[in-house]
Design a protein around this ligand. Structure first.
Ligand SMILES: *Cc1c(COP(=O)(O)O)cnc(C)c1O
Length: 387
């Protein structure tokens, strides 16, 4: 089956027992033992339930893995996967990893005796140099947030394999529609399903998919033992969102490409970051390892003052953290996702006072463009921009 068909006719499709057009929400915490000697498939809903399982089977199929797991949030997926490691282990992590992941790794995981080194994973030698005898895994996010740096997943996976390390990829920004890290050699894929997979800004959820049966057994022990499982109502909502993933991404990505190209021509915009632009440093790697560029772009309007003017004038986008929804969402990394980072460090990473991240939604492109056009008119002219 092709991707679009799998979204509708895999485990999240018709209910085989009743023919219902959507998977039933089994709102039950426990299951009757019909025969004490021969327990049924389900006994307690944290350990397994048919609604969550349908979502887990679907994401495993879409990512091409041995087994999928649904968690209470993207961070629950990240932290549960990190519990595969033990005290004394060392991890190499992409330096511009998601802020919540950075917080978990530096403030919680290190307390458990798991050491972390952050490197620019777009530079293979930096990753190679960071490997120690205790290193057990490499954690990637590509394209990265917010300036969309592209890491060569296959190259890192090859390096990892030659040292016996696990590779974990946060695939939130592209989803399995555009990028399948397991096919590029990764061992585990993680999603914040709160974003494109859920797709409607109405549910917080996380997913993980593992490549092998051996990892499946280990992660199941953690999912059931740590217990950060996704509830049945939210599992159903994620499945509903997932059905339209391809159609939503096709539309949003087409608009993101047009908007990125158009923003590049606007005198008030200093720089545009989008992997679909041929001058993006990661453009060619992206073309090789992914089938699309996604719906997230970033652009720099030069100053905090201009950001404020833009926010005040724009009518359409939601100004918020988060991304990957039916509505366009504009966020201000310096004050939102990266507020905790020291200003010098932020600037050094390109997360300037004028940088905005836009997750393009399903609005008519002409309406979005017109809205940005009128809002950009209110900014201070480029000549007065610093730098
Ligand atoms: C949002 C996000 C997360 C965390 O997911 P939650 O669902 O908010 O817990 C992890 N990684 C990336 C790339 C994200 O955008």
């Amino acid at each position: 089956m092709n991707f679009a068909t799998s979204l509708l006719h895999s485990a999240c499709g018709m209910d085989k027992r009743t023919g219902a057009s959507s998977v039933p929400i089994y709102q039950a915490s426990t299951y009757h033992y019909f025969d004490i000697d021969q327990p049924g498939r389900y006994d307690y809903a944290r350990s397994g339930n048919p609604t969550r399982e349908a979502l887990e089977e679907t994401i495993a199929l879409l990512e091409g893995g041995a087994r999928g797991f649904a968690f209470a949030s993207g961070m629950a997926a990240v932290s549960s996967v990190c519990l595969l490691f033990s005290a004394g282990d060392h991890l190499i992590v992409a330096e511009d990893v998601y802020g919540g992941t950075f917080r978990f790794l530096t403030r919680i995981l290190t307390r458990l005796g798991i050491d972390v080194t952050f490197v620019d994973t777009t530079q293979l030698e930096q990753v190679s140099k960071a490997i120690r005898p205790q290193t057990k895994g490499i954690y990637l996010e590509t394209p990265s947030n917010p300036i969309l740096k592209v890491t060569d997943v296959a190259a890192i996976c090859q390096l990892a394999r030659s040292h016996g390390l696990l590779t974990i990829v946060d695939n939130t920004f592209l989803t399995p529609y555009y990028q399948r890290p397991l096919e590029l050699g990764a061992d585990i894929v993680i999603h914040s399903a709160t974003k494109f997979i859920g797709g409607h800004s109405d549910v917080v959820a996380g997913l993980a998919v593992v490549k092998s049966a051996e990892l499946a057994e280990k992660l199941y022990l953690i999912q059931n033992g740590f217990g950060a499982v996704l509830g049945v109502q939210d599992s159903w909502l994620v499945m509903r969102g997932l059905k339209t993933l391809k159609t939503r991404l096709d539309a949003s990505t087409a608009s993101a490409q047009k908007l990125a190209e158009w923003l590049q021509l606007q005198p008030q915009v200093k720089k545009v970051y989008y992997t679909g632009l041929p001058d993006h440093p990661g453009h060619h790697i992206q073309l090789r390892q992914a089938s699309g560029h996604g719906a997230v772009l970033a652009f720099d309007v030069g100053s905090r003052e201009n950001v404020k003017r833009l926010f005040a004038a724009l009518q359409i986008p939601l100004v918020a953290v988060s991304l990957g929804a039916v509505e366009s969402i504009l966020s201000y990394p310096a004050m939102m996702s990266h507020a905790a980072m020291p200003p010098e460090e932020r600037e050094q990473r390109g997360i300037t006072e004028g940088l905005l991240r836009l997750s393009v939604g399903l609005e008519e492109f002409e309406d979005l463009q017109a809205d940005f056009a009128q809002a950009l008119q209110t900014l201070l002219p480029a000549a007065s921009l610093p730098g």
